[in-house]
Write a protein that binds this ligand. Sequence first.
Ligand code: PXP
Length: 252
Amino acid sequence: MSRLNVNIDHIATIRQARRTNEPNPASAAVLCEIAGADGITTHLRSDRRHIQDYDLNALRQVVVTHLNVEMAATDEMVEIACRIKPDVVTLVPERPQEITTEGGLDVIAMKSEVGNAIKRLTAAGIFVSLFVDPDTRQIRAAARMGAFQAEICTASYARLTENPGDLTVRHTSEIARELARIESAAKLAVKSGIRVAVGHGLTYRNVPPIARIREVEEFNIGHNIIARASLVGLERAVREMIDIIRMGRSGN
Ligand code: PXP
């Protein structure tokens, strides 16, 4: 079984470009669910660059499938999660200047912060997923710390597969090596008793080989879906505006 969670953060990125009230991430979440998404993923960043606290309240009210909130393992974020009660919290690393999450959480180096966050979130009835690189030490640590799921970071795979330029033999073998790393991390996670999700940089082009890894149950995909939606919906949006202007001109 595989599930798709759509990350709707970039709906909020468009809204925040004008600090207005559209497009609304909660409306986007409903449309994703109507289209068949199994869940909605969103990242409440400490700098609130896209999703705002009020969005989380709205999402919690409208999402009927599964709400996965990504956040840093800080007291502020854990308190918000315990109040909002998403179905799942995914703990991710966060650096203020980064354009997007840059890699997995080092759960070994951050053992006490991550351990505390897992304890508090679990006590509030929230499942905890840890976003980690496809690294055996990180997967083992995630299982030891009581996470119910590891989300394997596919950023390196995405960098290799989506890099413009020649697909040289070296490049192809690097992709195969990264895929093998993801697959063995996924197998180890299942053997260690935890579920497997994947995410970051997955696209319509590079997702098929990852989808062939049987152990992967959940896909968290955002940027590429929202980017495509902005283009496939553009023609209709332009036509609608032309129609309205023409109707106004003709006095109807
Ligand atoms: N999973 C995690 C943990 C993330 O931080 C992100 C980005 O917010 C995603 C999945 C989605 O990545 P993308 O937008 O590249 O599909």
